[in-house]
Write a new protein. Sequence first.
Length: 764
Amino acid sequence: MAQNTPPETLTGNLDVKEPYDEAAGLKAVVESFRHTLRGTGVGRGWKALVNLNQKDGYDCPSCAWPDPDGHRSVIAEYCESGAKAVADEVMTKHTASPVLFQRYSVADLLQKTDLWLGQQGRLTQPLVLRSGATNYEPISWEDAFQLIANQLKALDSPDEAIFYTSGRTSNEAAFLYQLFVRQFGTNNMPDCSNMCHESTSVALAESIGLGKASVKYDDYEKADVIMIMGQNPGTNAPRMMTPLEAAKRNGAKIIAVNPLHETGLLRFKDPQSPRDMLFGGEKLTDLFLQVRINSDMAFLKAMCKLLLAEEQKTPGKVFDQSFIQTYTSGYKEFIKSLDKFDLSDLVAQCGLTIEQIQEAVDLIRYTRKFIICWAMGLTQHRNAVSTINEIINLLLLKGSIGIEGGGASPIRGHSNVQGDRTMGIWEKPKPEFLDALKKVFKFEPPRENGYDTVKAVKAMHEGKAKVFFALGGNFAMAVSDTNYTAEALKKCTLTVHVSTKLNRSHLIHGETALILPCLGRTDRDIQATGEQFVSCESTTGVVAQSHGVVDPVVDTLKSEVAIIAELAKATLNEKSTVDWDSLVANYDRIRDLIGQVVPGHEHYNEKVRKPGGFYIPNGPRVREFKTKDGKAHFTINTPSHHDLQTGELLLMTIRSHDQFNTTIYGNDDRYRGIYNERRVVFMHRDDIANLKLQEKQVVDLHSKYDGKQRTAHRFMVISYDIPRGCCAAYFPETNVLVPIDSIAEKSSTPTSKSIVITVTPAEN
Ligand SMILES: Nc1nc2c(c(=O)[nH]1)N[C@H]1C(S)=C(S)[C@@H](COP(=O)(O)OP(=O)(O)OC[C@H]3O[C@@H](n4cnc5c(=O)[nH]c(N)nc54)[C@H](O)[C@@H]3O)O[C@H]1N2
Ligand SMILES: Nc1nc2c(c(=O)[nH]1)N[C@H]1C(S)=C(S)[C@@H](COP(=O)(O)OP(=O)(O)OC[C@H]3O[C@@H](n4cnc5c(=O)[nH]c(N)nc54)[C@H](O)[C@@H]3O)O[C@H]1N2
Ligand SMILES: [Mo]
């Protein structure tokens, strides 16, 4: 079988040091500059950095954390992670030009690491891998569009095509993309959200009627207690540390719930605060709760039970009874259901003591100003949707939804993943959205639900889908069950990737394959009527402009908007009711159309030009719950047990400090003290001893599911402070272990954070 995974070889240079005890600080600033300026040319790198997240600059491509509502730091609103993402995009020294593809065949490139692939720089020209060919070769834009259009038109049904989206696509490109795909005739629009915060969207829609955060940026600074669950903000949302620090200065308490003592949760130095740089940063976490993997629901239930006891002691003081009566349903049933769960069982499940949980309860007992935030540590489990619903139960008891300084705060990942969904990138579009499309564009949109990512992989396997088109991302590496997913992609007649950088998905291809190079977030975008900007939505629902600032590395790149429009023209011909050229010429015209279709985006052009952008309307924020009965819902959820057999461990697949999803910036994970190696598995020292393994021993990891064994070869054992029975390793290398059928109930998100594995000495 041809290789589908990154090479399973070790660097041989692993170095392990003590984990950091503080995040950011001078070291991060130095790292940022080193990364940005290395290879970018000082002028380009600097220009890119100073414009990052400024009100007239571009939106950081690294994460969906919002910009401050008011003051912004003068130099730049950036962090180490953003600087690395920018450097990755603006690098000029190397370009992945056709010469590279002449020199290396696809088979050669497959032998390279993901780090090496990314280091080849920006893609410069459309490339085609023709049926049976060994190397990609240049193709004109026109021929590329014609080739795709011909294949799409030759399909028996539009549902035989799949159109994936990653989360960097702007609102303007996303809106045009879904319009093209629906005019073509399918809702097969899986996106990275399916693997990310889908569980959040499903849970929040069920319980509070909107799948988005109920907090605003400023709420952080007004909160009394902030509980951070299943998230590593120091690495993955470093700019969130600034309001957390401000909250602390205002007297807030922070609770962290995580199997790992993540550095960013311990202490933080704001690289933009001279005071911090001189005097040392803030101790962030007041109460660290080292839970077992996937025991969060048991922990939350234990909290609810202890809070109920407090409420019974001092009725009306602990729960917000007036909020509960006016705005919620299901309270009585929920309270009654708590009797079914034994407190000591719950406490034992999460691996904490009752005193620790009581401490958390004491912190929130008398306050309503309570925020809970969460990320992948909660969304990627089988019972993820119910766990998130349990978060809402707790917030509803406290009346913490729709008040200043309180609320639900999922922290989204990709910088515009939330906006893409708002623009209609969704395999399950709402009938109202389709009705609006029909009215404005005068066509009959398809009404049947399309494929999510997991269903898309299966459809390709089964021959039900034959063309795979990706607007960004790295599907083959991001989706679970790497070998299964790769085999699915290889069965396609055509795979197409619109990309900024070379990645492994270009090498795991259908019979014919295309790479279409596009402008990135940092690039200036000039069209017929002049320079254009795009817009993005942050995790708190602010829509703001993003202007590219550097000249594209070559002039052959097209914007995502232009690529979609050309493809639509070539595919739909006279069938389309849209004047695609005029939309590309001036993106204001796209925004005018969005304003007619998407609620909250009326007068889009005017509102988005206001400095800092605008908040889109948010029901829960004003206590309007768009559920069937107009109330916020208490739900009854049951914790799930992982009955591990002897020798089994529960694996979570996480990010290192030197990666952005599947883009690897380097082999270090500085905050966790790991240098020069990614193939490591973090284990408790007693588990290492019990399994008769040694520190730094090379092992294979196996998962068994539905009678099938999957193996990830060659990882080095690291003794780490992690609960017994739990272990951690980096994705994407461990995605081979995540079975395609192991998905969350209701959201179908792969269970990337709870995989039962065994660990054995490496075969060779
Ligand atoms: N630099 C950088 N920034 C990024 C990204 C990146 O790769 N690099 N990716 C972006 C994207 S798309 C996303 S979605 C976000 C991801 O941001 P995170 O969700 O922070 O990313 P992960 O590394 O997956 O970390 C999950 C965290 O949850 C914890 N965890 C795992 N399982 C459990 C559990 O069962 N319970 C609890 N309580 N905790 C658990 C882990 O120990 C870890 O701290 O970051 C975004 N920002
Ligand atoms: N085991 C495991 N698997 C996971 C996760 C996990 O925690 N564990 N996390 C999941 C999560 S949260 C997510 S969001 C997914 C991520 O899945 P994806 O979004 O599919 O993956 P990325 O690595 O973010 O995509 C990187 C590629 O996007 C392209 N790119 C970058 N910028 C642009 C741009 O501006 N335009 C275009 N067109 N292309 C661009 C580059 O070519 C780059 O190689 O992975 C998921 N997979
Ligand atoms: Mo994500």
